[in-house]
Design a protein around this ligand. Structure first.
Ligand SMILES: C[S@@+](CC[C@H](N)C(=O)[O-])C[C@H]1O[C@@H](n2cnc3c(N)ncnc32)[C@H](O)[C@@H]1O
Length: 187
């Protein structure tokens, strides 16, 4: 489990709520799904429970669990080339802000191209006010609204929102978080 052990203990098997809400509205096909930065597979399992026949789960860390219906690919997202026109839904939760800034637009473009017509890609990015950005050891990347809109300029935006709040720190204090929630749709 390595560096994500505490994170997996915290999130457990509860799926990402942005994904849950998006799938409640999504009426398209539920054949293949893609999960980039799949972690402990909590969202991959949710996609299967939600009716998808197969999930391709990609992560740079080793697979933690074998799950029927999940094809796991251990690879950095920067080097992963999904097959075009293949996935009805793609997701990347709490991951793209660990990818080098220059690689994120490429990953978004590949993910968009990998969608089937009418398919959606659900992801999040850190906002530039997130307190993690003041801690270089975390290695997270944050984005202003201008930067996010520039990255999404070639896509049809289904949903784009910005949320802020406070998270408890291990020292018992509170730290600011800021998150872009993004859904793009392939027309
Ligand atoms: C915070 S966890 C999120 C896991 C899962 N998506 C979730 O929401 O529970 C971040 C995940 O991204 C993976 N990750 C980070 N950088 C990556 C990269 N460059 N390529 C592939 N996976 C990466 C980590 O190994 C980890 O599993």
């Amino acid at each position: 489990m390595g560096e994500w052990t505490k994170y997996y203990q915290a999130v457990g098997e509860t799926p990402n709520q942005q994904v849950v809400r998006a799938l409640q509205k999504y009426t398209g096909a539920r054949r293949a799904a893609l999960d980039l930065g799949a972690g402990n597979l909590r969202d991959a399992k949710f996609l299967l429970k939600s009716g998808f026949k197969s999930v391709t789960a990609v992560d740079k860390e080793p697979q933690l669990e074998q799950v029927p219906g999940v094809e796991f690919i251990q690879r950095p997202l920067e080097n992963y080339m999904p097959m075009p026109n293949t996935f009805d839904v793609g997701i990347s939760c709490n991951t793209l802000f660990f990818v080098p800034r220059d690689d994120t637009p490429k990953i978004l473009t590949r993910s968009y191209n990998a969608l089937t017509e009418g398919g959606i890609f659900i992801c999040n990015l850190l906002g530039s006010e997130d307190s993690w950005l003041t801690r270089p050891e975390i290695g997270a990347v944050g984005y202003t609204e201008e930067e996010v809109r520039a990255m999404l300029a070639n896509f049809s935006i289904e949903d784009l929102s910005y949320a802020t709040g406070h998270r408890p720190t291990s020292a018992g204090k509170s730290a600011a978080w800021a998150m872009w929630r993004i859904i793009i749709r392939k027309e």
